[in-house]
Design a protein. Structure first.
Lengths: 308, 319
């Protein structure tokens, strides 16, 4: 693994001086790769590009295929239609690359919306609980504890059972998964911040509770909220793919990556690429997000290292 | 200790009640479970039969009374009768839980047997090939969703390997034979245990690195204690606290992984055969029963983990 990030690499930081020459440049490149999450950022940028312009430039229709071109391997050119399939075709002859691009947009959309919703709700509740304390705080912490005890897949299955399957319900479920982490971490920070002198002086100057929370506490916990959000994005993408795979998330024929993996499951011996391509895509994105999240955490909020 | 257990018992009780009440309320929003008994044509059941079904399921009473009835029966060890399969829920769960427990224990053993030693080696030989191997495996374990790991394992060890000279390594692709076959367990247990092994390995490695860097380890080295003795007697015992606690807690969070692994490997366990189908069939007694059992399992293991904590690390006092 070329990209080892994090502050643990002390010897690199201390014992390194850039030298001239080709070898020196190569070494410097290697050092940059280890120091900064270059490769993860490239992968995530590619994902972003795929999600934004991918569906418009994608060569083939999303949900219909050439049935006689079914199960063509990657980089195959169809002899019948002359179509070139970059990542092969699936069981009904749909271009996997096209579906992958569409799936990237859907996953991004779902994760960004649900994460934002979870972050807003969780941060707000965390600040309220931490600032007011007392019975309100007790209630919220207890509830978060109980929420932790429930396996998320069970919660998701029950919620989809009751509200039906679909995109909105999926986002709702993912927001339900996301919010509780924010409450825990943010509340802990607010408990420290609210004892600070500047909060006390704001109070003495007659600031209202809302003003204190909005102007004095929120900016203090914003970094943490962003770090927690990055650290949880990969988890949410995993959850989304698992739910779609199990059948409780995005419904076929919409091409979420989890759905695509599930569709290819029965053809593993004849057409493994139908599973390996979307599965590999999920894997790459999750790993990249993990690296980026760790790096951001070490930069913005090293204290969280102890938390998870 | 007694006070701690009493407190834990009380908070566990609140958790169980909270979760079951939540599900009871949520089920109220959903379709009438009686629809399960109506044939697809929509005819064939009379008004009276419909009402009689309602009385049998207790729908004529208010929700809180239904809940209390359910609680009362549960305390007497009766989880009701499954609507879709017309059998006692306890019987259904008892029939399925064995396969899940076997899977869970297998994955757990793999997680511990691989994760902890690899973490120790990676820390002691930091920067070596072992370290990179361990960290690479951990990255894969934490990045790949369980269904991808499972399907890739099936692809490699059940499909692709048959065409290679290593075909003697081929494994069954899924399912469980009625008579015990060791090979049936290997791939599902690896798929389930890998992410947990990755987490344990990272925990062990960082704890071990921290301890090896501490004053007392350096003192022990300075007064001439051998390296092996320092590693195993001085460092390991202190470094293992966090991994052991989290090893006990793995079980609790394992339903998520187990359900997916059971689906991928067609494993006849409680996650797939009870929970998943209860949700699909709108079979609410079975759903409540499984949820209840899962929460119970979680709470028992969380308490055990806390107790194990005090035994390993006498500095921790429970209150």
């Amino acid at each position: 693994m070329a990209v080892a990030t994090g502050t643990g690499e002390r010897e690199i930081e201390l014992g390194y001086r850039r030298r001239s020459g080709v070898l020196g440049s190569l070494k410097h490149g290697w050092w940059l790769l280890r120091r900064y999450p270059v490769i993860p950022v490239i992968i995530l940028l590619a994902l972003a590009v795929a999600a934004i312009i991918g569906p418009t430039v994608s060569p083939y229709p999303r949900d219909s295929g050439e049935i006689f071109d079914r199960h063509l391997p990657p980089l195959a050119t169809s002899e019948r239609t002359g179509n070139f399939y970059f990542l092969g075709t699936d069981a009904i002859g749909r271009d996997i690359f096209t579906r992958l691009l569409h799936g990237a947009r859907i996953s991004m959309q779902v994760v960004i919306i649900s994460l934002t919703a979870g972050m807003l709700a969780g941060t707000a509740l965390g600040i309220l609980a931490g600032y007011y304390g007392g019975i309100f705080d007790e209630l919220i912490t207890r509830f978060v504890d109980i929420w932790y005890a429930l396996p998320f897949l069970m919660v998701a299955l029950v919620v989809t059972l009751i509200f039906g399957r679909g995109l909105t319900v999926l986002m709702f479920v993912l927001a339900l998964i996301a919010w509780s982490v924010f409450v825990r971490v943010i509340r802990g920070q607010v408990l420290v911040l609210r004892e600070m002198d500047y909060v006390a002086s704001a109070k003495v100057n007659g600031a209202s509770a809302i003003r204190i929370m909005w102007k004095h506490l929120l900016p203090g916990v914003l970094n943490t909220a962003i770090v927690v959000a990055t650290l949880n994005t990969s988890g949410l993408i995993l959850s989304e793919s698992v739910l779609s795979f199990v059948g409780a998330g995005i419904q076929p024929p919409t091409p979420a990556w989890g759905v695509m993996t599930n569709e290819g499951r029965n053809y593993l011996s004849t057409a493994p690429w139908v599973v390996l391509v979307p599965g590999g895509a999920i894997f790459l994105v999750v790993i990249s997000l993990n690296f980026l999240g760790d790096w951001l955490r070490d930069r913005l909020d090293p204290r969280l290292r102890q938390v998870d | 200790m007694a006070r701690f257990l009493a407190g834990r018992f009380f908070s566990s009780l609140i958790s169980v009640i909270g979760a079951t009440v939540a599900i009871f309320i949520l089920v109220q929003f959903h379709n009438d479970p009686r629809e399960l008994f109506v044939p697809d044509s929509g005819f064939g059941i009379s008004e009276e039969q419909w009402d009689a079904l309602g009385v049998r399921m207790g729908f004529d009473k208010p929700v809180w009374q239904q809940y209390l009835n359910w609680m009362g029966r549960t305390l007497r060890g009766d989880l009701g009768v499954s609507l879709a399969r017309d059998r006692a829920v306890t019987e259904l769960i008892a029939g399925k839980i064995g396969a899940t427990v076997q899977l869970a224990i297998g994955g757990w053993l793999i997680a511990i047997a691989v994760g902890i030693p690899l973490g120790v080696v990676a820390a002691v030989k930091r920067g070596s090939g072992w370290d990179y191997l361990a960290r690479g495996a951990a990255i894969v374990g934490q990045g790949a969703p369980p269904f991808v790991t499972g399907l890739v394992l099936i692809f490699v060890f059940a499909v692709w390997i048959r065409d290679t000279p290593f075909s003697f390594l081929a494994m069954p692709a899924g399912g469980r034979n009625p008579d015990f076959n060791f090979k049936d367990y290997i791939l599902p247990c690896i798929a389930l245990g890998w992410p947990a092994a990755a987490g344990l390995m990272r925990l062990t490695r960082s704890a071990m690195l921290e301890v090896l860097d501490s004053e007392y380890v350096r003192l022990a080295r300075a007064k001439g204690v051998g390296w092996n003795k320092v590693v195993f007697k001085h460092a390991l015992r202190n470094a293992l606290i966090a991994p052991v606690t989290s090893a006990l807690l793995i079980f609790s969070g394992w339903l998520n992984g187990a359900l997916v692994v059971e689906i991928v490997f067609s494993w006849p366990g409680i996650g797939y055969d009870a929970l998943f189908r209860a949700v699909n069939d709108n079979d609410f007694p079975l759903l409540l029963g499984t949820v209840f059992i899962f929460i119970l399992i979680y709470l028992v293991f969380a308490t055990l983990a806390d107790i194990a904590y005090t035994i390993i690390d006498p500095r921790v006092r429970l209150n």
